[in-house]
Ligand binder design. Structure first.
Ligand code: BG6
Length: 363
């Protein structure tokens, strides 16, 4: 508001406003913030930063999907069994308790970074590359998305908090023992969700997402698991059908791999899974521009494509608000499932997929 009072944004062609997350803490506060922003400037002047959109591999998602003819025909409910989006981090609180205690994994990672990865994986092809065409498609897919079982949220969303554990050969403290964290804190450092998209392309295809701090490994990946073959006539080395998986490795070890079955050499007709792998470093060398630098240059050039529009942020908060209402309710510390630092999250998160006869990828 003060920017308006001080008349700092008078010229839409010259003056731009860059906003770092968190943009609100739920749907109502994001709407209120958007109203304030609109009072002092035009949406065309607003650059809401999500640094994931500045990552090369995230920008490549659209190119991969829409510059190749062979993937898009399979990218739908007829062929895809489910999607898994993983953003695992090895870091803990890193001295940010003041912020993190009020945010937790849903606000810190899911509402922005994971939702952006989700949008780019699930949206329809935009009409053109201009900022609004792309952002219109993201808003559309977000508007069609909801937590799988909203009446039994515990079946569709799992939270967790890390306890002490080992990391690089040294003991690291549990979340509640980190500087500035409350000893009875119920702030989630891990979240996994199951979502559905109600549209023609995706109806009935579950989208599983997970993110956590103090995981065994830093890895961000989008995996598209295809359906099993209708009838398995070969003997598989693992004695089960091994569906094809397309894995888009966002970071580190940037690349794309496709898993498929081949015959193992020998007289018997047995199959095994192998990977066809594309690696950024072998193809292009290490050419990683800093995501923030890239975004700030785009802002100076007046290109809003890689920035989040007001209605997009609201649409993303709308999906998560029912869950936030449950997770934010005052509760005793025991309410939150715990996981040891250096593990892949609470056991409850495994069950989220096991109940559907699926499992998280071992990364
Ligand atoms: C930030 C979060 O937005 O993203 C941090 O606030 C998180 O908690 C970070 O660690 C992860 O970013 P990156 O680029 O390291 O995956």
């Amino acid at each position: 508001m003060q920017l308006g009072t001080a008349d700092m944004l008078p010229d839409p062609a010259k003056h731009r406003l860059v906003i770092e997350k968190p943009f609100g803490k739920d749907l109502t506060s994001a709407q209120a913030l958007n109203q304030v922003v609109r009072k002092v400037c035009d949406e065309k002047q607003v650059y809401r930063i999500d640094h994931y959109l500045g990552k090369e591999t995230v920008q490549n998602l659209m190119v991969f999907r829409f510059a190749n003819a062979i993937f898009e025909p399979l990218w739908n409910r007829q062929y895809v069994d489910h999607l898994q989006i993983t953003v695992a981090e090895t870091v803990g609180l890193e001295g940010r308790a003041g912020y993190y205690e009020t945010a937790g994994a849903l606000r810190d990672m899911v509402q922005n970074h994971l939702m952006q990865l989700f949008c780019l994986s699930a949206m329809e092809p935009p009409n053109s590359l201009d900022a609004d065409s792309i952002r219109n498609e993201k808003v559309k897919v977000l508007q069609a998305t909801h937590i799988a079982d909203i009446d039994h949220i515990e079946n569709s969303a799992i939270r967790g908090q890390y306890t002490a554990g080992w990391r690089d050969g040294r003991m690291v403290p549990g979340y509640r023992d980190e500087d500035g964290a409350s000893p009875g804190s119920t702030t989630p450092t891990y979240a996994s969700l199951k979502l559905y998209i109600d549209n023609w392309r995706w109806k009935g295809v579950p989208i599983y997402m997970r993110t956590g701090k103090r995981m065994p490994k830093k890895v961000t990946e989008i995996a598209i698991q295809f359906k099993e073959v209708p009838f398995l006539m070969f003997q598989s080395a693992s004695r089960q059908a091994n569906p094809n998986v397309l894995a888009l490795r966002i970071q580190p070890d940037e690349g794309i791999s496709m898993r498929f079955e081949v015959k193992t050499p020998g007289t018997s007709l047995r199959t095994r899974s192998v990977d066809m792998d594309f690696r950024y470093d072998t193809a292009f060398g290490q050419a990683n521009t800093d995501a923030y630098a890239r975004l700030l240059v785009d802002c100076m050039l007046g290109d809003q494509t890689l920035f989040t529009r007001g209605d997009e942020v609201e649409a993303s908060w709308r999906i998560l608000t029912p869950l936030l209402n449950v997770w934010d309710a005052p509760a005793p510390p025991e309410v939150i499932p715990l996981y040891e630092a250096g593990s892949w999250g609470p056991i409850e998160a495994e069950l989220l997929l096991n109940r559907d006869n699926r499992r998280w990828r071992r990364l």
